[in-house]
Design a protein around this ligand. Structure first.
Ligand code: FE2
Ligand code: FE2
Length: 234
């Protein structure tokens, strides 16, 4: 496919992914179509090329219905070292496995798309923009109907990191409530997002004036004392 432009290559891969998605169950296929739509609109909102978001969305759950044995075998073949939680719940491997699979079988080599697909279930610390978009879209696509999803949709149109933080926390609440194992990566993702959101807002989530000022004034010792607006008089 050397004759094709990078965008044309992505569109060819999208056609393959769309074809493969026709083999998913109707419920999963409807979910994937919802993620494609939501990813595309988040890409427009946050200045990410839409065709990359669409391709990541079409690919993300293509291995979601593979049997556990196939996921474990493929993970081993690709050198993906599963941990004890993944061995107990092999479906957690569907992201990393399909990312490696499309890389090997189709030569899909857009690393941002591969990372977004690989990490869409648990997230990871340090997620980039496309990873955040897919992680958020997966949770808020139109077919999702859990309590609080409308609020998450509003948040997502405004602030990707805050939306991802709220999604990771809602996932942790759900797993606790359902008595399910929590993958450590889910917790690391949540802590990272919390730090990122706090860092932007100056540490208390209300006002960032001291952080911003400290960066502009040489020798200002940021982090000392409290900011006005944190409930501490003076
Ligand atoms: Fe998934
Ligand atoms: Fe999904």
């Amino acid at each position: 496919m050397d004759y094709a432009t990078p965008r044309e290559r992505l569109e060819l891969w999208e056609a393959r992914a769309r074809e493969m998605a026709t083999h998913l169950s109707p419920m999963r296929r409807a979910h994937v179509e919802g993620v494609v739509q939501t990813c595309a609109s988040l890409c427009r909102r946050f200045d990410e090329p839409e065709y990359r978001g669409r391709l990541a969305a079409w690919v993300h759950d293509l291995a979601r219905e593979w049997p556990a044995e196939r996921l474990l075998q493929q993970a081993e073949a690709f050198g993906i070292v599963g941990d004890d939680v993944e061995r107990e719940m092999p479906f957690l491997l569907h992201g990393p496995v399909i990312a490696a699979w499309v890389r090997q079988e189709w030569g899909l080599d857009d690393i941002e798309i591969l990372k977004a697909v690989a990490n869409h279930t648990t997230g990871r610390p340090g997620m980039g923009r496309l990873e955040l978009i897919l992680y958020v879209a997966d949770a808020i696509e139109p077919g999702r109907s859990f309590a609080g999803v409308e609020e998450l949709r509003r948040l997502a149109s405004d602030d990707l990191e805050r939306a991802a933080l709220a999604i990771s926390e809602s996932m942790i609440h759900y797993l606790l409530g359902a008595g399910l194992l929590i993958h450590p990566q889910t917790l690391l993702t949540r802590n990272d997002l919390l730090r990122r959101v706090r860092a932007r807002s100056g540490g208390n989530g209300v006002t960032g004036w001291k952080t911003e000022l400290a960066q502009s004034v040489q020798g200002w010792r940021a982090g000392r004392g409290k900011e006005v607006g944190d409930g501490n008089p003076g």
